[in-house]
Design a protein around this ligand. Structure first.
Ligand SMILES: NC(=O)c1ccc[n+]([C@@H]2O[C@H](COP(=O)([O-])OP(=O)(O)OC[C@H]3O[C@@H](n4cnc5c(N)ncnc54)[C@H](OP(=O)(O)O)[C@@H]3O)[C@@H](O)[C@H]2O)c1
Length: 290
């Protein structure tokens, strides 16, 4: 079976490519990226690497011909993302892709206020309506992102949030990659939407306490409303779109959209999901600013 992966040079895509090249016949693996040169190492190991972008439908159609199973990694470029991803789904269907696997987001329902949700929900809908077999990997928030936010919180002694008492089932990108590789290389995942989560849902108060414990430095939690949280981020130099996005995630967390903990990840990979504590402990020195 011929497998293709879009976005193969991204943080998630590259990890998936590393897992796939170890577990499947590399001659049946096609890695697609806007920057194929960065994937030359995989080509040396027997995989095919081609230039492709959701923005170039003609090129996409050519490279997708003959692909049976497509892992479509959601684009990190949010400009016109939904239209481009819908177009890509239609092209995949036209050239005969049988099964499409899409990296979505936790709880992509209409009432979820996170700004990224309409793109994921719309892409899922297009895939469902395409007639291809489908699998959705609804990844929760990456735990690795906590290292950047945590470093700032430890340095200032304060973790800012608008998430109230809401929990987040943070999951590592590596675990997301393992789940994706498992779905790509085994059968029986048709018409499944998997909740790819960490092993527990942490509130921001629990996160502040954990940061404090791991770094041995005080971290207080400051709860803000959505507007005040946006203002503090913006005043600290974070671009408006990013501050808006972060506030929308906080609101989604507060409203319970990120708290679901699932065993889907461990069921797929056969190993327990990584904890936030493990991620923070691995990055203790960085968190301490050393
Ligand atoms: N769950 C979370 O917390 C979380 C956090 C951040 C992002 N995400 C989402 O998950 C995706 C994968 O995460 P990541 O860590 O790998 O992100 P990343 O390292 O920022 O990578 C960005 C991804 O977007 C792809 N991309 C950008 N423009 C594209 C285009 N025109 N056509 C096709 N692909 C395009 C890139 O592919 P190439 O560069 O190889 O072309 C790459 O795979 C992200 O793209 C984003 O949608 C989730």
């Amino acid at each position: 079976m011929n497998v293709a992966v879009t976005g193969a040079s991204g943080g998630l895509g590259r990890r998936i490519a590393e897992l796939l090249i170890e577990t499947m016949d590399p001659t049946q693996l096609l890695l697609l990226s806007r920057t194929p040169d960065t994937l030359a190492g995989f080509e040396k190991r027997g995989a095919s690497v081609r230039k492709a972008s959701f923005k170039n439908p003609t090129g996409l159609k050519e490279v997708l011909a003959g692909v049976d199973r497509l892992l479509m990694i959601s684009s990190g470029d949010v400009d016109k993302r939904l239209d481009l991803q819908r177009q890509t789904v239609a092209l995949a269907q036209q050239v005969g892709v049988q099964h499409i696997i899409y990296t979505s987001m936790a709880q992509p329902s209409a009432d979820n206020p996170s700004f990224v949700i309409p793109d994921h929900a719309g892409t899922e809908q297009a895939i469902r309506e395409s007639g291809m077999e489908w699998t959705f990997l609804r990844n929760n928030v990456y735990a690795e992102g906590l290292v950047i936010a945590g470093t700032q919180a430890v340095a200032s002694g304060t973790l800012l949030t608008n998430a109230g008492d809401g929990g987040t089932a943070y999951v590592t990108r590596n675990d997301c990659a393992r789940a994706a590789a498992a779905v790509v290389t085994t059968d029986g995942h048709e018409h499944e939407a998997y909740d790819i989560t960490g092993p527990e849902a942490l509130t921001q108060a629990e996160l502040a306490a954990l940061l404090s414990e791991v770094t041995d430095k005080p971290v207080a939690l400051e709860q803000l409303d959505d507007d005040a949280y946006f203002d503090r981020l913006y005043d600290a130099g974070i671009p408006q779109e990013t501050a808006d996005l972060m506030a929308s995630f906080g609101e989604a967390t507060r409203k319970g959209f990120l708290k679901k903990v699932s065993s889907d990840l461990s069921d797929l990979t056969g190993r327990p999901a990584t904890t936030v504590r493990e991620v923070l402990e691995r990055n203790r020195e960085r968190l301490r600013g050393e």
